[in-house]
Design a protein around this ligand. Structure first.
Ligand SMILES: [Ca+2]
Ligand SMILES: [Ca+2]
Length: 495
């Protein structure tokens, strides 16, 4: 029996590392409301998204992260009133089942946003707790939240009483749940069982993990460790990624929980990907120095880099790419050459813009002029800097086609995502990285210059596997030298 188990384990281990069965994914984040409407009410929904799975698959995304889909009074739905249902604006549980089945059929994993730091003020638990407090009665639901009779930062008054409840995201109608309460953990287990076992989602994106116990990273890490164990008892391969919106040192610390965490230091205008594209020179050095720091801080965990999400300004703004298509392309190319699981926010592949108020960052996906959802409420800046999907699909030089090809390369060379990294060169604007594991290796060469063609003396026995360029000029080999046009990326493989 023991030997059989051993053999089985060996086979499973072998399967897990076979190329083509990569565990790393190109994730695509979708705000369902703004993606695709299917029933004419102007609000994007699950059936609409299901219609667009062909597009998502064709673009080379093989993972889908849905922002919250559970019933909620807000347009963004991060304040949940029922953790085991679908908001009627988005559809039904049957629609969700159909979407998951279709996604899986297309080889796309699907995870959902799970905000458990807080519920909605309109969640039946909170309503029951407030009713009891107002009546001066006991209720188990009071301990679902953090009520106290002292005014304090992070607490909101409960009208008509002398009670205050913890609400870290002030004014959002989002009271913090008491994650110190064993009954809450029983509720969480039920929620996990529902989504993982009954609905067969592949995992969760965990919202606001640093706010679980505000100011207490150690307890947050413990809570996440417990959460992971609960998931894995139901489904051993549950995919988990957490939003730990902090600096590198803290993010690295959270990896002790066994989850992966979004790499905030790489994202947004001040993040190191955009920052390494700015300035006159030394772009590759800047990138390499920061990326190396990440790898030293997180030597074992799976990275989760991204450039923008629903809370941040979009990449076009971060890299000043409004009238600079090459830089917009190259930023996406750099992301695609990073290790781990990369995340692309919907619309980034067509250069959508958005900053300032949250709704501006969540605009309707620009399929074509006649085919869009209504805009989310509260939009104060409405602009599309680049053409629609329809127009970009017809243009081989578009950002869309560049992103599609970058995704395809990432899927074609699993070593990019899975391999260990070694910097072979990082000088001026030339960056050369070796990615390797027991399975093989490749060398990634990037020209970070916007205007200069660079040369690189290739190691013996290597050849161009593929290249990714932002313009008409392609990378070539001349006299044993690799000639790299501005902003080009080359993947070298062994002869
Ligand atoms: Ca609809
Ligand atoms: Ca909290």
């Amino acid at each position: 029996m023991k030997r059989l188990l051993c053999i089985l384990l060996c086979v499973l281990t072998a399967l897990a590392v076979l190329p083509g069965l990569a565990e790393n994914h190109n994730w695509y984040e979708v705000f369902v409301r703004s993606y695709q409407d299917s029933d004419g009410d102007g609000i994007g929904d699950l059936n609409g998204l299901a219609e667009r799975l062909d597009y998502i698959q064709d673009m080379g995304y093989d993972g889908l992260w849905l922002m919250p889909i559970m019933p909620s009074p807000s347009y963004h739905k991060y304040d949940v009133t029922d953790y085991c249902a679908i908001d009627p604006e988005y559809g039904t549980l049957e629609d969700m089942r159909a979407l998951i089945e279709k996604a899986h059929g297309a080889g796309i994993k699907l995870i959902i946003d799970l905000p458990i730091n807080h519920s909605s003020t309109r969640h039946p638990w909170f309503l029951a707790a407030c009713e009891a407090l107002r009546a001066g009665e006991e209720s188990p639901y009071i301990a679902y939240y953090n009520f106290q009779q002292k005014a304090e930062t992070g607490f909101a008054p409960l009208e008509g009483t002398d009670w205050y409840y913890e609400e870290r995201f002030a004014g959002g109608g989002m009271p913090d749940l008491n994650l110190d309460n064993e009954q809450i953990w029983q509720e969480i287990e039920g929620i996990l069982r529902f989504w993982l076992a009954d609905m067969e989602v592949d995992g969760f994106r965990l919202d606001a993990v640093t706010s679980y116990f505000t100011g207490d990273h150690e307890r947050n890490i413990k809570a996440l460790t417990r959460f992971k164990a609960l998931c894995e008892a139901i489904r051993p391969d549950t995919y988990l990624v957490g939003e730990c919106w902090t600096g590198l040192t803290t993010i690295a610390d959270y990896y002790r929980s066994g989850l992966r965490f979004f790499l905030f230091p790489a994202s947004q205008a001040e993040g190191f990907v955009a920052a390494s594209l700015r300035g006159r020179s030394g772009h590759a050095e800047k990138f390499a120095k920061n990326y190396q720091a990440v790898l030293e801080a997180i030597p074992e965990g799976v990275l989760a880099p991204f450039l923008s999400n629903h809370d941040t300004g979009r990449t076009i703004g971060s890299v000043q790419g409004r009238s600079n298509l090459p830089i917009a392309k190259f930023a996406e190319g750099v992301l695609n050459m990073m290790q781990g699981d990369i995340y692309t926010y919907y619309g980034e592949e067509i250069g959508m813009v958005g900053s300032g108020d949250d709704p501006n960052k969540r605009l309707a996906m620009y399929w074509s002029d006649g085919d869009m959802t209504a805009q989310p409420p509260g939009v104060t800046s409405l602009e599309y800097a680049y053409p629609s999907v329809e127009i970009q699909q017809a243009d081989p030089d578009s950002l869309l086609h560049y992103c599609r090809r970058a995704n395809q390369l990432r899927l074609k060379y699993p070593m990019i995502a899975e391999g260990k990294n070694e910097f072979l060169r990082a000088e001026g604007d030339l960056c050369v990285m070796r990615r390797f594991s027991d399975e093989g290796e490749c060398v990634i060469v990037l020209n970070f210059s916007a205007k200069d063609t660079l040369q690189y003396t290739m190691e013996q026995g290597m050849r161009i596997g593929d290249s990714l360029e932002v313009g008409a000029e392609t990378a070539v080999i001349a006299d044993g030298q690799l000639i790299l046009p501005p902003y080009s990326i080359v993947i070298l493989i062994k002869n």
